[in-house]
Design a protein around this ligand. Structure first.
Ligand code: FAD
Length: 310
């Protein structure tokens, strides 16, 4: 008699959220409500953005500290480098590692308008990856080398300053060679764009996980803000559908539907996880998640995780 064939459980999908450091005490209060709601979903990590040229250095590090001390969440600290000196950036990397951070998203940030960088300053995200690996090596007497997970940005549509999508793939490959462990994508609006990026990247030799960044598209205002921040052209037909939806609630339903479709298409294409750009609000991200029912690893309850963490 043949042994019964077992049906394999679907592979778990990694889950993460992006938060930005609050700009006021009121914003901090709202953010902490969001953090508590997101914590209950047991993400693999939450990422904390960092202003270009370190403009929010203190609030970013405060948020990272509080996440480590007061929650069960694991922070992934964004760090931008353009225009910074190796000494300044080594100091920030050491500050993060001293706080117990073991994941850094290495980014360039926005270049100054005149494009002029101080002598010796870092220019590209690749320079920051190499700097982080050097700092890690110097500290290897205290910490085993190779313990810092380095993430980088990847682009489903051409980076605004890049000559071509092919060039973006070369840059992603260079970031992998310099020591990146994984990538998170910029926002995208069309369901085929993540699959296309993944195909092009794999063909070029990129082997690291590439995690799609998904933004809950709840209103035209949100989509337009997002497009202006990221330089990614919004989907005109989606904007039209939201505009003609009748009321805010109907527009929100259409937007959430579109975000779910982006996430489903990315998972179908082989995405190993989802990174949700929350805009510091939990409702829309949780709605998207509820619609997806992601296969997640079985983990202890939040109460048990809290007891184990502190
Ligand atoms: P890079 O990889 O350095 O690329 C920048 C440009 O330079 C590209 O056009 C690339 O083609 C070109 N380039 C790179 N390397 C080379 C090379 N060796 N030779 C020639 N050309 C090269 N910004 C913030 O300020 N704070 C944040 O917290 C933040 N978080 C982000 C999170 C994610 C997931 C993403 C996708 C973006 C984030 N950004 C953030 C925005 C990011 O800083 C911008 O997209 C920025 O314009 C480029 O950053 P990068 O790390 O991709 O840069």
């Amino acid at each position: 008699i043949d042994a019964p064939t077992s049906i394999a459980a679907p592979a778990p999908v990694a889950l993460s959220y992006e938060l930005f450091p609050p700009r006021s005490p009121a914003a901090s209060e709202t953010l902490w409500k969001t953090i508590r709601e997101l914590e209950a979903t047991d993400p693999d990590y939450v990422s904390v953005t960092y202003g270009a040229s370190g403009s929010n250095h203190d609030t970013a590090l405060d948020l990272v500290d509080r996440l480590q001390l007061e929650t069960t969440l694991r922070p992934l600290a964004h760090l931008t480098c353009v225009g910074g000196s190796p000494a300044e950036l080594s100091t920030v990397v050491n500050e993060l590692l001293d706080r117990g951070v073991r994941g850094i998203l290495a980014l360039r940030g926005d270049t100054p308008r005149d494009g002029v960088l101080p002598h010796g300053a870092l220019r590209y995200a690749q320079d920051l990856i190499e700097l982080i690996r050097r700092v890690e090596l110097r500290r290897s007497a205290q910490f085993a080398a190779g313990k810092v997970a380095i993430g980088v940005a990847a682009y489903p549509t051409k980076h605004p300053e890049s000559p071509s999508e092919a060039h973006d793939i070369e840059v992603l490959l260079a970031k992998q060679r310099s020591g990146a462990d994984f990538a998170i994508t910029q926002v995208f609006f069309h369901t085929d764009q993540y699959a296309s990026l993944l195909n092009r990247a794999r063909r070029a030799g990129v082997t690291i996980p590439v995690i799609p960044g998904i933004m809950p598209l709840t209103s035209v205002r949100r989509i337009e803000k997002l497009a202006s921040l990221s330089g990614v052209r919004p989907d005109a037909s989606l904007v039209d559908r939201l505009r003609s939806a009748g009321d805010e609630a109907a527009a929100r339903r259409i937007g959430i539907e579109a975000s779910v479709a982006l996430a489903e298409a990315a998972l179908e294409a082989g995405a190993p996880g989802l990174h949700l750009y929350t805009f510091n609000e939990h409702e829309a991200s949780l709605e998207v998640l509820a619609r997806l029912s992601l296969p997640r690893p079985r983990r202890p309850s939040l109460a048990a995780r809290r007891r184990a963490a502190h």
